[in-house]
Each structure stands twice: as C-alpha cells, then as structure tokens.
Write a protein that binds this ligand. Structure first.
Ligand SMILES: [Zn+2]
Length: 501
C-alpha cells in the first residue's frame, strides 16, 4: 500500500493502531506487578528472534555442555510475546522500539523519547531518577546508541550521538559503559569539547580499557572501550581483541549501583546480536547471544541474592530472520550443520577490517580459511573481491542491503543438499523484520504477572507500577503522525544504508 493510501485508511481495522489497541486492551485485564521493587534491571536483546535463541540453545548444550541462563529464565520466570510495530511502520527500528519500552507510547521510527511533532516524552529512567534512584546503562553498542539513550534522554535524531553524549553529562547517571569514544573525545568531536574532562570534573572515573575498568574504584563510571561499537564477542574471544565482555561491564556496574540507598535502575543491552544479523554472520550472532547469556547469568544471580530487584528482559525486534533449516534426509543432518559453527572463530567485521579496500582473491581465501574454517572456491573468492572493489553484490543489494557483508555470508552458504558442508542457517534479508519477540519478567512477586501477548508499550506500565510511579506520556495517533510525515515529505522507513546506524 502506498503511504497516501495508508493515510486514507487511517484507523481502519488492520492498521497498526488497531493492532496495538488489541494488545493494549488485553493488557488492561492483566494484574500488574503486585510487589513494589527497589531495584529494576532491564536486559535488552537487540535484534534477537526465536531462531537465534534455538541455535544458541543447541550450541550451548551440545558444544559448551551447559544450558543457557536464558533457558532457566524462561523455565522459572514469566514470559510471553510482544508486538514490536512502531507507530507508523510494521517493522520497527531500535529507537521506536526502545521508546515504546521507555515511554509507554508508540512513536515514529528514528527519534529518542520524542514524538514526530517535537513533543518530548519522559523516559522511564528519567522518572526513576526523579525518585532518587541511581541509574546505569551498559551496552555493547556505542553507549549513546538508541536503546540505552531512549531510556534516558529525548532527541529528535538517534544519530546525533555527540549531542547525546553531552546530554548524558547533564543527565548524570551513575554508570555509562559501552563503546563510542569518538563522541567524547575532543580530538574527534566537531565542537572539540573534551567530554572526558567534563565527566571527570563531575566525579566520574573515566576508563577506556578493560585494565582501567578493573583497576578503577570510582563510584561513578564513564567507560568507553572502542571508537565505535564494542568489538564482537567472537573477535574478543578468538582473535585477541582486548575489550571488556558484556558480563565484565555488568559486573562493574552492579555493585556501584547497589551501593545507593534508594535503589537503582539499570539497562544492560546485548546490542550486537542485531548487527551480526544485519551482516548475516552466523558465528557473530551466536557468540553475541552466548556473551549476553553470561551477562544474564550475572544479573539473575544478583536478583536471586537481592530479591528486592525486578528483572525484565525483551528483544526489540527480529533482524535478518535467520533460520536453522532442516538438512539431509528426513532432516537427520540438521544438528551436524549447526556443529560446524565450531570452526568459526571471528566475524565479518573483523575480516573486512583485515581485507581493506582492495583485497586479492588469495587474501580472501586465506581469511575465510583461518577465521571461518571455510574453503572457498576461486569464483566465490572473486565474488567477495567484486563486492568490496566493484560493489557487485550477492544475492542482491536490495533485500540484502548490508553490503559487502551480506555477500560474504552468501558465498559461505550450504551447497550440499544431502549433507551440510556448511552451517544450515539462512537469512531472510539484511533488514529488521516484523515478528513478535520475547518479553519476560523474573524476581519476587512476578507470579502475579501474566504476559501472553502484549504490546511493547506494556513495559512502561510494568516498570512504573513496580517503581510506584504514576505517569502518562502523551499519545499520538497513527493518523496524526502520518500527516506530519506527509507534510515533511519524509518516508517512515529506514534506508538500507542506515540500518546499522
Ligand atoms: Zn534494535
């Protein structure tokens, strides 16, 4: 349907608003959380779907010899599904999804805690701060990235990360840990401001390496461990990239926040499941989920020992829609395909960094062998060279718009139908997709919560009730938002080149 027709359709049955209303009316019948909680932790799986979960679940049990902490969560907590659509798009991006969680209302894709007409919204962690709670965010993305930022501050542009870093200084959370040095560094910032010095002047320990993080005894922390996003877990683990893991950052955050007498709110985000799925990188995504699981274990142990803490987990949307498809006669070879992920010891991001702008087919072949355990044919190595040097992409540059990475994934897909010669995992695209996602709660008193199918805005209802906050952000209708977009001639979708923004 064209956008003009969408506007005409307005609030007709089948519109996104009608879908949200359905889930919201179901929520109205649900008992809220019955026990007020002192501490609240939100654990975000960015871009994780159920197939991602299934692959990690199997790999963890079969190769690592242990079930996922997430399995324990699902078995003992209360969980269900959430609708993820944004106000005007059936496929959300991370800021609109985070806004729904953090403000309780739907917004247009692209801004942080703000409506498309400029009305600012109050995000949940800002409300909690007014109550006297300590605040922390821990992420493997840039610390100023959409999912943490939308819990703290308003900004019409999620990509204005230099400005968001400045807003963080003024917000004054106790813990900021993630990537994004370039948004704080006077040598890189456009305004040449030294945000490191300004944070230090406000009493923060400013750390940029794992060793500095572990040596710091500062009660407030700004930790930024890479220029952009924190390098992937697969590269940290197997390629010697020296950055803290998500679990290590989480372990640094918890005692600092727990020291506050009025309790705390914390977001921990496993941000790069999304990125690896955009790239269609099987081991990249797998190891991000396994790293997330180690952090989840840390958080669940904290909740077990501090029962006045509520843990909420959710995935904001699915990305790429990977699937582990059945392989071999009667699918009997399906497991064998997954186990081939054991040979993969790094990510496409790492490989593309090594290959640079003008690689030879020999370099490509050697890197696929050493990092992915894959023997490329000469024409496949040439296809990778062509993607990097000539922008000739496989299978295409539309659905698979995160290039040249999607081409790297395509050349190492399974080609033997009867017995997987490579992992039997396929992706729908390089983009976010529309399906409902995981939402769950864990901790004392959650037995009174029923989730079933909710709207992602329900998280705000749940958190405000748990913290004893009474607040309602202004609601905007889909019709109003479409009219604003029409007047600005903006199209409410992301362009392929923006997907990793
Ligand atoms: Zn996301």
């Amino acid at each position: 349907m064209k956008r003009r027709d969408l506007i005409k359709a307005g609030l007709a049955a089948g519109s996104l608003a009608a879908l949200s209303a359905q889930a919201q009316s179901a929520q109205a019948n649900q008992p809220g959380i019955l026990v007020r909680t002192r501490n609240l932790i939100f654990f975000a799986y960015d871009g994780m779907g159920w197939e991602d979960y299934a692959i990690a679940q199997f790999y963890s049990r079969r190769v690592l010899g242990r079930p996922l902490a997430l399995e324990r969560f699902l078995a003992t907590g209360v969980s269900g599904l959430q609708n993820t659509n944004s106000l005007t798009s059936f496929v959300t991006e991370s800021s609109a999804a985070a806004n729904a969680w953090s403000t309780g209302v739907k917004t247009v894709n692209g801004g942080l805690a703000i409506h498309i007409d400029g009305r600012k919204l109050s995000p949940i962690f800002a409300l909690a701060k007014q109550q006297g709670k300590a605040v922390g965010v821990v992420t493997t993305a840039t610390v100023t990235h959409a999912t943490p930022a939308a819990f703290l501050v308003s900004n019409p542009d999620r990509n204005a990360e230099e400005e968001i870093a400045q807003q963080y200084l003024e917000f004054g959370a106790e813990v900021y840990l993630g990537g994004g040095q370039r948004f704080f560094d006077p040598a890189v910032r456009r305004d040449k401001k030294d945000l490191y010095a300004e944070f230090a002047a406000k009493g923060y320990g400013v750390v940029r390496t794992l060793a500095e993080l572990q040596a710091s005894n500062a009660s407030k922390l700004l930790g930024v461990f890479s220029s952009s996003h924190v390098p992937y877990e697969a590269d940290r683990r197997f390629q010697g990239v020296n950055v803290p893991s998500l679990a290590e950052m989480t372990r640094a955050a918890l005692p600092r926040l727990a020291a506050h007498t009025k309790g705390f709110v914390l977001q921990v985000e496993a941000a790069r499941i999304d990125h690896a799925n955009h790239l269609n990188d099987p081991a990249g995504s797998l190891w991000e989920i396994l790293a997330a699981d180690e952090a989840l274990e840390v958080v669940m142990n904290f909740v077990d020992q501090n029962p006045d803490t509520l843990l909420v987990i959710g995935s904001d949307h699915v990305c790429g829609a990977p699937a582990l498809y059945g392989a071999g006669s009667s699918y009997r070879e399906s497991s064998a395909g997954v186990l081939q992920l054991e040979a993969q010891k790094g990510t496409f991001e790492f490989m593309l960094g090594r290959l640079g702008n003008n690689p030879s087919p020999e370099q490509v072949t050697e890197l696929f062998r050493s990092v992915k355990g894959v023997a490329l044919k000469p024409e496949q190595a040439q296809a990778v060279v062509d993607a990097i040097t000539k922008r000739v992409y496989l299978p295409d540059g539309v659905r698979y718009g995160v290039q040249p990475a999607n081409t790297l994934s395509w050349v190492m897909r399974q080609t033997n139908a009867s017995k997987p010669d490579l992992p039997n995992i396929g992706w729908n695209s390089g983009q976010h997709t529309a399906s409902p996602t995981l939402f769950g709660v864990y901790g004392r008193g959650v037995g009174a919560v029923r989730i079933g199918l909710i709207d992602n805005t329900y998280n705000f209802t749940l958190m405000t009730r748990a913290l004893g906050i009474r607040f309602q952000n202004p609601v905007m209708s889909e019709q109003e938002a479409l009219e604003v977009l029409k007047s600005r001639a903006e199209v409410p979708i992301l362009h392929p080149e923006d997907v990793l923004a």
